[in-house]
Design a protein around this ligand. Structure first.
Ligand SMILES: Nc1nc2c(ncn2[C@@H]2O[C@H](COP(=O)(O)OP(=O)(O)OP(=O)(O)O)[C@@H](O)[C@H]2O)c(=O)[nH]1
Length: 363
């Protein structure tokens, strides 16, 4: 399984930095020089400053038009870099990590996603983005809504993480960000670690690609872990991995088309009847009725770990809230703008020019 993680903007590059820590191939792209320098694990030659000629390495201050322009101007340099890291063959998935609410990530990610799809038609492009907190105000919400629309036309799946779920933890914001970033990396890394390795019933790269090739709809990744000695019922643990707080996105899982479950743990607790009870329940619950599964008995393991991926989701309250808020705002903003223009015209009509009042001052 060959994957390249590309972080775009501050949020995205912080997440990519954690992926680099656990030995994934990564690339960090930003309009802010300072934010790129702040990274700890992405090698220096894999950090790309974009848009230097327009913003001078200072970031784009939540302006996605500048983020988009920065990505467009330096796209060929980025594509050459990707080529030099991965070559042109057999890249299974590009994971693009970013924050939906800023400028560099929101503006730049759809441009890069489209270029990757054109250049690498056999590879998947999966966007992994953090949705803004409601308290951040209207601009991040609009950036998110428009970026969702654009990505839904070019990416294979969009894994959205709802930052609003962080508030439930009671941590301060940077701790909460750190926690959620770590969670994203843990889930994806655990999932990818179980692809293509020997097991009882295994998942391979083509299963994962099948599940994620879902016409730009939403996907979400759940996770549950328990000490094997404390585990009472594996079926319960599998279902727990699908609960909404486990998935970091408010979504109706019944609307999902595909699911994938990987279970890893000591052989004595991977009981077939408990696994099939949960699989049966979930297969009937989701609309697409297709669940791929892999069981990985490991006698050295003391914990049971369940990673679940649901894709093809199109009903999500987290997403709907953003789209509806942005659309209502856009509508009332356009109305207010039109009204302002009409008022301006009414107010200023009938005014003369200087020459009408001061005739003959200049011969
Ligand atoms: N989950 C998570 N979300 C983050 C993190 N940092 C920022 N965000 C969210 O991402 C959005 C801001 O995106 P950034 O990545 O900071 O912005 P950017 O893409 O670098 O763009 P500019 O700062 O405008 O140049 C906000 O909605 C934040 O809530 C993070 O470390 N983790």
């Amino acid at each position: 399984m060959r994957a390249l993680i590309i972080g775009i903007g501050q949020c995205g590059t912080k997440i990519a930095d954690l992926f680099a820590l656990v030995d994934f191939e990564t690339l960090a792209i930003n309009t802010s020089k300072g934010d790129l320098e702040y990274l700890k694990h992405v090698p220096h030659e894999r950090r790309i400053l974009i848009g230097d000629s327009i913003v001078g390495g200072k970031g784009v201050n939540a302006n996605p038009i500048l983020g988009r322009e920065a990505m467009k101007r330096d796209l060929s340099m980025i594509m050459r870099k990707i080529d030099s890291i991965m070559g042109r063959e057999d890249i299974d998935i590009f994971f693009l990590t970013f924050g939906f609410g800023g400028g560099t990530g929101a503006g730049g990610t759809p441009i890069l996603a489209e270029a990757l799809k054109n250049e690498y038609p056999d590879s998947l492009v999966v966007a992994i983005g953090a949705l803004p907190l409601k308290e951040e105000g209207i601009r991040p919400t609009i950036n998110a809504a428009i970026t969702i629309d654009k990505l839904s036309k070019v990416a294979d799946s969009i894994v959205a993480i709802d930052n609003n779920k962080l508030r439930e933890s009671g941590d301060d914001i940077s701790k909460a960000y750190e926690k959620i970033n770590y969670t994203i990396v843990e889930r994806i890394a655990s999932l990818l670690a179980l692809i293509d390795i020997p097991g009882e019933q295994t998942l391979d790269g083509s299963d994962l690609k099948f599940v994620l090739k879902a016409f730009g709809s939403f996907a979400t990744i759940g996770y549950a872990k328990e000490d094997a000695s404390k585990l009472k019922n594996l079926s319960r643990l599998i279902l727990k991995s699908f609960e909404s707080e486990g998935l970091y996105l408010e979504a109706n899982i019944e609307s999902a088309l595909y699911g994938l479950i990987a279970i890893h743990g000591p052989p004595e607790v991977l009981k077939a009847n408990e696994i099939f009870e949960a699989l049966n329940y979930l297969t009937h619950k989701i609309k697409g009725k297709q669940i791929f599964r892999g069981f990985y008995p490991d006698p050295r393991e003391r914990e049971v770990e369940v990673v679940t991926l649901l894709s093809g989701i199109y009903e999500s309250k987290s997403i709907e809230d953003i789209i509806i808020t942005a659309r209502n705002y856009a509508q009332s903003f356009m109305e207010a703008k039109e009204e302002a223009e009409t008022k301006k015209k009414e107010l200023l009509q009938g005014l003369p020019d200087f020459d009408d009042i001061y005739p003959g001052e200049v011969e």
